[in-house]
Design a protein around this ligand. Structure first.
Ligand code: NAD
Ligand code: USQ
Length: 408
């Protein structure tokens, strides 16, 4: 199968490209390298020393004997080139990762809010129009987010996979309808993912596009079976206040003895998945597309749920580093329960990697090994959800020195 990986230079896209190439698929990466440009803007770097895309691809050829194509293209602004590419390559499948994906970055300023909406909405819409206009009959798999459902909305009922059955009272009795789960975005970034969902519903119904939307939880971990094959294939690991996600951030903080930055009480419960399971889920989704005319298929791509303060406690117990409760820069529920249905992936053969299996390896082989690359000034999250919200800068100066990390 020829698969286009849009956003294939990124944290999830790069290991997916290698995984699918290793499985014998023909792979072409499309990326505008905007994520690398944002690193320069934020003066923050991946903890792991990621190599330029050209070198990554040469090394993959050396270690696997397989070629991966690369096209530098901006999906949001280069529609004609995108349509021509689809006409030229006629891919069997397209995996769409190519969006600005950090909630804090999307809230940091007016230009960042506008960029996130312009980039994400236009990228997705250009792709959908181009698939139709070029007559490309490819299965489309998109990386969405658990955050489209919001947190705390559904009480103790598990969050269903994309759709909800509702009863509408009418004078003639109740009508039963299956509707897209109501959207409760918690950031401008998450808002763009809810808009993506509507676009998918429309193009599936109107044009018969075959679309799968993966509502993914927070991805943790860095490496997969392919990225470990040569140090020059190493995957990205973000730890900074905008792009670092909570568990990876705690691991990086522990590696340099920085107190673990729990926002508020740490009562926020979120869904997680290991990167190795992400690439496997995408392979499963590609093998099980909906039929033309079906509504978009939605999978909840998560394997575990955890409360933020419990993650901090776990990392603290592994490393000896203390926890700090900081003012929460976000506008989110202080505490929430979260139960998520993920039956479809389990039924299709996913064998989840648990936190207990992979965490120690991450501590030592990634965060510990590359700790000299961590800049403590990039750790505190400074993007605030509302002007005037308190940030942790002042408070941190009052913190006692953390005991030294036990990471070797
Ligand atoms: P990332 O920022 O590391 O990768 C995204 C890639 O897309 C980058 O290489 C970037 O250069 C590229 N890109 C962005 N806009 C583009 C455009 N207009 N044209 C071409 N390329 C463009 O992000 P990631 O962590 O790999 O996330 C990938 C996808 O998965 C995102 O859509 C994100 O919303 C989703 N997701 C990620 C997580 C997570 O924890 N990382 C969790 C749930 C969902
Ligand atoms: N948090 C802390 N301390 C930190 C960082 C985060 O307590 O140092 C808290 C946040 O306040 C939040 C939770 O941890 O309550 C999760 O934050 P996060 O930055 O790990 O995740 P989030 O902003 O939700 O975004 C990430 C990815 C995004 C993806 C989303 C999946 O960046 O691309 O869509 O996870 S989900 O959360 O399921 O919507």
């Amino acid at each position: 199968m020829h698969v286009l990986i849009l956003g294939g230079d990124g944290f999830c896209g790069w290991p997916t490209a290698l995984h699918l190439s290793d499985r014998g698929h023909e792979v072409t990466i499309v990326d505008n390298l905007s994520r690398r440009a944002i690193d320069i803007e934020l003066e923050a770097e991946s903890v792991t020393p990621i190599r330029p895309i050209g070198e990554r691809l040469r090394v993959w050829r050396e270690v696997s004997g397989r070629d991966i194509g690369f096209v530098r293209l901006d999906l949001a602004t280069e529609y004609e080139r995108l349509a021509a590419l689809l006409t030229d390559l006629r891919p069997d499948a397209v995996v769409h990762f190519a969006e600005q994906r950090a909630a804090p970055y999307s809230m940091r300023s007016v230009p960042a809010k506008r960029y996130t909406v312009d980039n994400n909405v236009r990228a997705t819409h250009n792709l959908l129009v181009a698939l139709v206009a070029s007559g490309t009959d490819a299965a489309l798999v998109h990386l969405g987010t658990m955050g489209v459902y919001g947190y705390g909305w559904s009480g103790s009922a598990p969050i269903p996979e994309g759709y909800l059955t509702v009863k509408v009272p009418t004078p003639d009795g109740d009508l039963e309808r299956r509707i897209l789960h109501p959207a409760h975005p918690g950031s401008v970034y998450h808002l763009t993912k809810t808009l993506d969902q509507l676009m998918f519903s429309f193009y599936a119904a109107n044009d018969g596009l075959r679309i799968t939307d993966l509502h993914q939880g927070i991805v943790w971990g860095t490496q997969t079976a392919q990225t470990v094959r040569d140090e020059r294939l190493v995957n990205r690991f973000d730890y900074d206040g905008d792009y670092g996600t909570v568990l990876n951030r705690f691991l990086a903080q522990a590696a340099v003895g920085h107190p673990l930055t729990v926002h508020g009480t740490g009562g926020q419960t979120r869904a997680f998945i290991h990167l190795q399971d992400t690439v496997r889920c995408i392979e499963i989704a590609l093998a099980n597309p909906p039929a033309a005319g079906d509504r978009p298929k939605v999978f909840n791509q998560v394997t575990e749920t955890h409360r933020v303060r419990d993650l901090a406690k776990l990392v603290s117990s592994l490393t000896g580093v203390a926890t700090a409760h900081l003012p929460n820069p976000r506008k989110e529920a202080i505490e929430n329960e979260l139960r998520v249905s993920n039956d479809q992936f389990l039924a299709l053969g996913l064998k989840p990697t648990s936190l207990s299996e992979g965490l120690l390896d991450e501590c030592t082989n990634i965060a510990g090994r590359y700790r000299s690359r961590i800049d403590p000034r990039r750790i505190i999250a400074r993007s605030v959800w509302r002007p005037g919200m308190e940030t942790a800068d002042d408070l941190l100066t009052d913190l006692p020195d953390a005991p030294p990390s036990r990471i070797a």
